[in-house]
Design a protein around this ligand. Structure first.
Ligand code: FAD
Length: 535
């Protein structure tokens, strides 16, 4: 199989033009091309009036060797990206590994362990995804929070009510991202996620996929338990011996995958108390910003705004502020909504989600400022307290009803409180309270965002428009701690504990968390099967 890269065609090219381009690139007759698949399709919008589609294709041809010898530019042998299991557990394996959490990391750790015959026990504090959806809507519609069943907690993890963006900048030399996408498609994701350059799934489909993956794990011998919060972990002589659930039940095991996400604050506290090594790490804080999607489409795609091949436009922005802080756009959701994402009572947290169609009226993204442990001195969990402080402040500013504090960008930049909102209707529910956000975050963050918005307006005309809306606060951008692990994926001071995914500081986003889940599952499966052999 040959891989051809950099095939550039006009946005509105007829379907057979891609085939012709392959033949032309390779200099072969039509009969010599046995078949091809699109490996990647992106677009180059640097010239908004002449946007081109950029393809990478894998082609099956006659006389592949002879063509390779010609050294044609942008033609190479296609890498083998198929996934191979590293272990297969023997029948009757006595040891069952435990996976804590059913976010993308826990699901992929659980799925891979099940596929390798390890029959994992998977424990999730929240509810199964349909019940969880009802509870989450309870906060969004009625301002009623269930601290154990919400945007952060429950089957599918934090990314279930999301845009389902699947791109990631992780290094992936073993093509594990491909395995993730393949499993997602098997579970019901649209086929195009295999080849579009910035795939997304949208929240509606994610719910069905999560359910399907659960059924698959169960078919393979996994046991999945909901409303099963792990409240303690038994460690003896530096080794894990088991976990204890909130109802007091003890599960003995010497292999625990810890995939609890960045909001499991009580679990971080428990692990810290038990002496599991962790350290404070940088994360980011800021606001969500909303614009009409049409403003973003026009600025990014010019006359091609609205073209169905391109879909709703996105953006990625960075500004290095004069006070030394970096401000950047985070988790941009084209045609989506801002969502209430707290898991704790008396706090307000924002995030964003969308449906697959991305056809809501507003674009939103986090506009966040990088911070480090120097900004929140204290013990290893000081970052959690720092997040809580600003989330509680947002709750106050919003009127203590889970409404989010909001401000027009024009007012924010002019330093005056908003008394009303304008043309851009905020999408956050249960509602927003127009106010002054200048005390909603530390001064340095406010100053950096005030400087960044006009700078962003130079790249996207209208970005700092008066009526754009800021909603606060965005604090759960990544984990405030890293639970250190060694080369063998085990905690550096607790054998048998495998810190994984976003909560442990080893992933940021759905795809990278899922890939981390695969890597950790491999480490666990190898350790368990080796242990079985030596017994
Ligand atoms: P999580 O998904 O957080 O899962 C952790 C799970 O562990 C949870 O289900 C939790 O209930 C469970 N748990 C915690 N403590 C315990 C315990 N003690 N016992 C038992 N279970 C426990 N990323 C993207 O790449 N693209 C996006 O479009 C995107 N949009 C997002 C939108 C929203 C609203 C949110 C909140 C996040 C979004 N993210 C997105 C981020 C993404 O969801 C996370 O990076 C990803 O889910 C992290 O995966 P994880 O498995 O490590 O942790």
């Amino acid at each position: 199989m040959l891989r051809l890269t950099e095939i550039r065609l006009p946005l509105d090219h007829p379907a057979d033009e891609l085939r012709n381009a392959i033949l032309k690139r390779l200099g072969i007759a039509a009969a010599a091309l046995q078949g091809f698949t699109i490996f990647r399709r992106g677009y180059d919008a640097r010239k908004r009036n002449a946007i081109v589609l950029v393809y990478t294709v894998d082609a099956e041809v006659e006389n592949e060797g002879a063509l390779l010898k010609k050294n044609i530019p942008h033609v190479a042998i296609a890498p083998d990206m198929s996934y191979r299991y590293v272990a297969q557990a023997p029948q009757g394996l006595s040891e069952r590994p435990v996976v804590i959490g059913t976010g993308p990391c826990g699901i992929f750790a659980g799925l891979l362990l099940a596929q390798m015959g390890c029959r994992p026990i998977i424990l999730e504090r929240g509810k199964e995804v349909r019940e969880r959806t009802r509870d989450t809507w309870g906060l969004w519609r009625k301002g009623k929070l269930d601290p154990e069943s919400n945007v952060q907690f429950g089957e599918g993890g934090a990314g279930t009510f999301s845009d389902g963006k699947l791109h990631s900048q992780i290094k992936d030399p073993k093509f594990y991202g491909r395995k993730v996408l393949t499993e997602f498609v098997k579970a019901g994701a649209p086929e195009e996620i295999m080849y579009v350059s910035k795939p997304h799934i949208g929240t509606f489909r994610l719910v069905g996929m999560v359910e399907e993956m659960r059924h698959e794990m169960e078919r393979l011998g996994a046991e999945i338990r909901f409303q099963s919060r792990v409240e303690d972990i038994e460690i003896d002589g530096g080794k894990v011996r088991g976990v204890v659930l909130a109802n007091g039940e003890r599960i003995a095991t010497s292999h625990v995958v810890l995939a609890v996400g960045h909001s499991a604050r009580d679990t971080f506290e428990m692990l810290h108390k038990r002496g599991v090594y962790m350290e404070a790490k940088p994360f980011s804080i800021g606001f969500r910003i909303e614009h009409p999607q049409s403003v973003i489409d026009r600025a990014r795609l010019g006359p091609n705004a609205g073209n169905p091949v391109l879909g709703a436009a996105d953006y990625k922005l960075v500004h290095h502020a004069g006070n030394g802080r970096s401000v950047y756009s985070f988790c941009m959701c084209p045609g989506g909504t801002v969502v209430a994402a707290t898991s704790e009572a008396g706090r307000v947290v924002t995030n964003g989600m969308s449906q697959y169609s991305r056809n809501e009226r507003n674009a939103n993204s986090g506009i966040v400022v990088g911070i480090t442990p120097d900004d929140y001195p204290g013990d290893v969990l000081a970052g959690v307290e720092f997040q809580r402080k600003w989330e509680a402040r947002a709750f106050e500013l919003g009127g203590r009803s889970y409404h989010a504090p909001a401000q027009r960008v024009g007012d924010f930049l002019a330093g005056r409180s908003s008394t009303h909102l304008g043309e851009v209707l905020p999408s956050y529910t249960p509602g927003v309270t127009p106010t002054d956000l200048s005390t909603a975050l530390p001064d340095y963050a406010i100053a950096a965002i005030r400087e960044a918005l006009p700078a962003f307006d130079k790249q996207i005309k209208g970005f700092a428009m008066d009526d754009a809306v800021l909603t606060g606060v965005e604090t759960r951008t990544s984990s405030p701690v890293r639970i250190r692990r060694g080369e063998d994926f085990q905690s550096i001071n607790t054998r048998g504990l495998y810190p994984a995914g976003e909560g442990a500081g080893y992933a940021g986003g759905i795809l990278s968390a899922a890939v981390d889940g695969i890597e950790v599952a491999e480490a666990v499966a190898l350790a368990i099967t080796a242990q079985q052999v030596t017994q």
